[in-house]
Design a protein around this ligand. Structure first.
Ligand code: ADP
Ligand code: MG
Length: 220
């Protein structure tokens, strides 16, 4: 029976990808969390280990931690005011701890193309994966790094994580939501707002809700 053969082949294929088969018990949420963390760390490592700081040298890739230079971030002292003064941060590690911004839970990093915004996101991913001391993200249970240009019409942050990082794992968007809601600290880093296909659309997007929240503090 050709249909039956196809179904069996599909079952074997799924098992090979690390998902539960009919003979195995379903994975618990804790197990799915381990798989999610593993997928995230593997994907982040691929990105932060592949920097090309010298554009015409294509055959050498560098880890972000080897090329990252500190000291270029200023923070806006009064986020609500148009002409607020700026002050230089001694380190990106202080972006959540400088005294004027403790009441804000989010940070918006602005800068012209090439100023290092994406590189900063990779440094944060490196810090989380490697538990770098004093980094603002190392204590987080989960760090979610999303390049907004990859999201297309995806509006749910959970769906975005599924689509970008968990295509071959059993965790669905609902599992991802359950996993993240049970964490003590989740840090979300969104890169490339200018390239986000949904940026002009309504607040039905989780991404826009996160960015437009008035608990955001501006950095340049
Ligand atoms: N903090 C940094 N230390 C060293 N090199 C950097 C740093 N930030 C950016 N660069 C270099 O500048 C290039 C452009 O930075 P990028 O992060 O892509 O800018 P943006 O995202 O703001 O457009 C990177 O490929 C990297 O080589
Ligand atoms: Mg960029």
């Amino acid at each position: 029976m050709p249909g039956k053969k196809k179904a069996v082949r599909r079952k074997i294929h799924l098992t090979h990808k690390g998902t539960a088969s009919a003979s195995q018990p379903a994975l618990t949420l804790a197990e799915k969390k381990c798989i999610l963390l593993d997928s995230l760390k593997t994907a982040y490592k691929k990105q932060y280990d592949a920097l090309q700081p010298i554009p015409y040298i294509k055959d050498r890739l560098y880890c972000v931690d080897k090329v990252f230079v500190e000291g270029g971030i200023e923070h806006v002292l009064e986020t609500q005011s148009e002409n607020s003064q700026k002050e230089r941060l001694s380190s990106y590690k202080n972006i959540f701890t400088d005294s004027s911004s403790r009441s804000y839970t989010r940070r918006i990093v602005k800068g012209e193309a090439g100023y290092g915004k994406s590189t900063l996101t990779l440094q944060l991913a490196y810090d989380w994966c490697n538990g770098v001391q004093d980094s603002p993200v190392s204590a987080a249970d989960v760090l979610i790094l999303l390049k907004l240009r990859q999201l297309g019409n995806v509006r749910s942050i959970y769906k975005a994580i599924k689509v970008i990082y968990c295509q071959v794992s059993t965790a669905n968007s609902k599992d991802i939501k359950d996993i993240l809601q049970r964490c003590t600290t989740v840090k979300i880093v969104l890169d490339g707002f200018d390239e986000y296909p949904n940026r002009e659309k309504s607040n039905r997007s989780d991404i826009l809700r996160i960015i437009k929240s008035n608990c955001s503090k501006h950095l340049m």
